[in-house]
Design a protein around this ligand. Structure first.
Ligand code: TTP
Ligand code: MN
Ligand code: MN
Ligand code: MN
Length: 368
């Protein structure tokens, strides 16, 4: 590390410094290594190291200089002993033996493969691994493996879904969903959220928030929208989770609990003719491809919290919630911001940042 550069250790600034710097100077070797370590602990559901490595990666990514030696790394926030050992290894040998061991690990490779199927999480993947299954064909041939509807569709549309979506395809999906909503609920509002709102060029799905000003009406929106998509022959799969929102349950203390809003996880048919530039990812001769779409329909007064929560990134959400808790003694989740004994109201995301005493951050600044 170059000498004499101040390190942003003051946490109030840390979260903003960390995300607002556009220069990514962490060597790609170190970045890739940390990504593997995070993913490995995610897949094997080991929470402590997963959190530690993601925070370290997030801090290292935002340093405005390149790490050239170990000097000064002990002063970096969130960069612990194990990450420093990793940095040392990479500086010295240009590679990490721990990471190489993980990459070559059969369990890691198999869990990664299995969880790449829509509907298969780490638990199911591990169950299959422990049954001795190692490939999709073994899973599909095993008479004792019961696939649920989501997993069946995950396998059915595997090639399309594992390809991900371009920004042009996301825009085409936005147009289809927008038209559909306008047809069945002209007074409803639909906005893009998730990675594509953060300006990503590539994503695994397209996320939308749908709201209406009529109280209680939000609960009937998603069935109406799915019905219309079905009529158009565009609905390949749907899993609808009606709202389980009860104010006594909020704020939830665990981020992993996500939220209680009405939501649906869909697979839609996207016609190539709708994609500007023809949609390179649409298989020739078929004229369409399958895409993953998520819709969430919160009550209108929860919109700002939903938008902040669903815009992500997941790491940004974790950091922001942690900041609220540790630095402000507040609880933030997808439903509310709770300060000691009262809920703080918010109409827009800006209100929430203001309550937290942070400068507003644009969606593209939340990409870590
Ligand atoms: P994702 O769609 O999983 O992630 P992404 O859009 O950032 O990236 P990509 O799709 O390209 O992989 O989730 C978007 C955000 O929504 C994320 O911050 C988690 C949040 N979320 C909830 O808060 N509640 C939910 O029930 C779900 C499904 C997501
Ligand atoms: Mn997404
Ligand atoms: Mn994802
Ligand atoms: Mn999603």
């Amino acid at each position: 590390m170059k000498e004499g550069r101040p390190v942003a250790v003051e946490t109030r600034h840390l979260i903003q410094v960390r995300y607002s710097l556009s220069t990514i100077c962490l060597s790609s070797l170190l970045q890739d290594a940390l990504e593997v370590l995070v993913e490995y602990h995610e897949l094997t559901e080991i929470e402590g190291p997963r959190v530690a490595y993601s925070r370290a990666a997030s801090v290292l990514k935002s340093l405005p200089w390149t790490i050239e030696s170990m000097g000064g790394t002990e002063a970096l926030p969130c960069v612990g002993e194990k990450t420093r050992t990793l940095i040392q290894e990479i500086l010295q040998y240009g590679r990490s033996f721990e990471v190489e061991k993980i990459l070559a690990d059969e369990r890691y490779q198999t869990l990664k493969l299995f969880t790449s199927v829509f509907g298969v999480g780490p638990k199911t993947a591990d169950k299959w691994y422990r049954r001795g299954l190692r490939s999709f064909s073994q899973i599909l041939a095993d008479p004792d493996v019961q696939l649920n509807r989501m997993q069946q569709n995950g396998f059915l549309h595997y090639t399309d879904l594992s390809r991900g979506l371009s920004a042009a395809e996301a825009r085409a999906v936005e147009a289809v969903v927008g038209e559909t909503v306008r047809t069945v609920a002209p007074n409803a509002r639909v906005v893009l959220t998730g990675g594509f709102r953060r300006g990503k060029e590539f994503g695994h799905d397209v996320d939308f928030i749908v709201t209406t000003a009529e109280p209680g009406r939000e609960n009937s929106l998603l069935p109406l929208i799915m019905g219309r998509l079905e009529e158009q022959g565009l609905l390949l799969f749907q899993a609808h989770h009606p709202s389980t929102l009860a104010l006594k349950k909020i704020p939830c203390r665990r981020f992993e609990a996500m939220d209680y809003y009405s939501k649906c996880f869909l697979i839609l048919k996207l016609e190539g003719s709708r994609v500007q530039g023809g949609g390179q990812a649409v298989p020739a001769g078929r004229g369409w491809r399958a895409v993953r779409v998520d819709l969430v329909a919160p009550p209108i007064e929860r919109f700002a919290f939903t938008q902040l929560g669903w815009t992500g990134s997941k790491q940004f959400e974790r950091d922001l919630r942690r900041f609220a808790r540790v630095e402000r003694n507040m609880l933030l989740d997808n439903h509310a911001l709770f300060d000691k004994n009262q809920f703080l109201a918010a109409v827009t995301e800006k209100d929430i940042f203001a309550h937290l005493g942070l400068e507003y951050m644009e969606p593209w600044q939340r990409n870590a």
